[in-house]
Design a protein around this ligand. Structure first.
Ligand code: 5GP
Length: 206
């Protein structure tokens, strides 16, 4: 008898103030940590160059977003930088049922909604840069925003950073490979928890 895959799937939630390097960590994790699948969010924001509908996001109109919300299709939803974002309920619940692990790159408002909803099946990980100066530099280096927008994002980043105590794990992202190793350690340990075993799990018999 094979004892593998007799557990519920895990919802790994990754949040960070913008500029902490969350996108880089989440991309690297999906490439390098075996068995971790992306969650494709729904958004009303316009696609950026190179983004693919159905892969990076499901890009929808405001009316369509409102319809999905009214039909209770979202596990969580939030407004971030003037656009609406939401995680569809069905794929998340299917993953938990089927013992597949997914990685959600979502903001703090969304994470706060998922926590009470999925409790033991959700693992919340927060990423911070090593210092506020580092965060400011990363935001500026990105070079896509003007000064007023940078100041606004910095204020917001500071407000977000203080939310870390609501999370289960904190990764200080000084080095991407080290952060990835830490994330892998979290994923592997969480996968081994006895509490995740399905009710019909029985150890092998002689
Ligand atoms: P971006 O538009 O740059 O891809 O994402 C902007 C912010 O929205 C990021 O902080 C990202 O984590 C967050 N975000 C992306 N998808 C979702 C989602 O489905 N729900 C929530 N609450 N936030 C999301």
């Amino acid at each position: 008898m094979d004892l593998r895959r007799q557990r519920r799937g895990i919802i790994f939630i990754l949040s960070a103030p913008s500029g902490a390097g969350k996108t880089t960590i989440s991309r690297a994790a999906l490439e390098r940590i075996e068995g971790l699948e992306p969650s494709v969010s729904v958004t009303t924001r316009v696609p950026r160059e190179g983004e693919i509908d159905g892969v990076d996001y499901h890009f929808v109109s405001d009316a369509e977003f409102t319809r999905l919300l009214a039909a209770d299709q979202f596990a969580e939803s939030a407004v971030v930088f003037n656009a609406r974002y939401g995680t569809l309920r069905e794929p998340v619940e299917r993953a938990i049922e089927q013992g597949r692990d997914i990685l959600l790159d979502i903001d703090i408002q969304g994470a706060r909604q998922l926590r009470p909803r999925y409790r033991a099946d959700a693992v919340m990980i927060f990423v911070l840069p090593p210092s506020f100066a580092e965060l400011e530099e990363r935001l500026r280096r990105r070079g896509t925003e003007e000064e007023g927008e940078i100041a606004r994002r910095l204020r917001r980043a500071h407000d977000e950073a203080i939310a870390y105590p609501e999370y289960d794990y904190l990764i200080i992202n000084a080095d991407i490979m080290q952060s990835l190793d830490q994330l892998r350690a979290i994923v592997e340990a969480e996968r081994l928890k006895v509490a995740r075993l399905t009710k019909d799990f029985v150890p092998w018999k002689p």
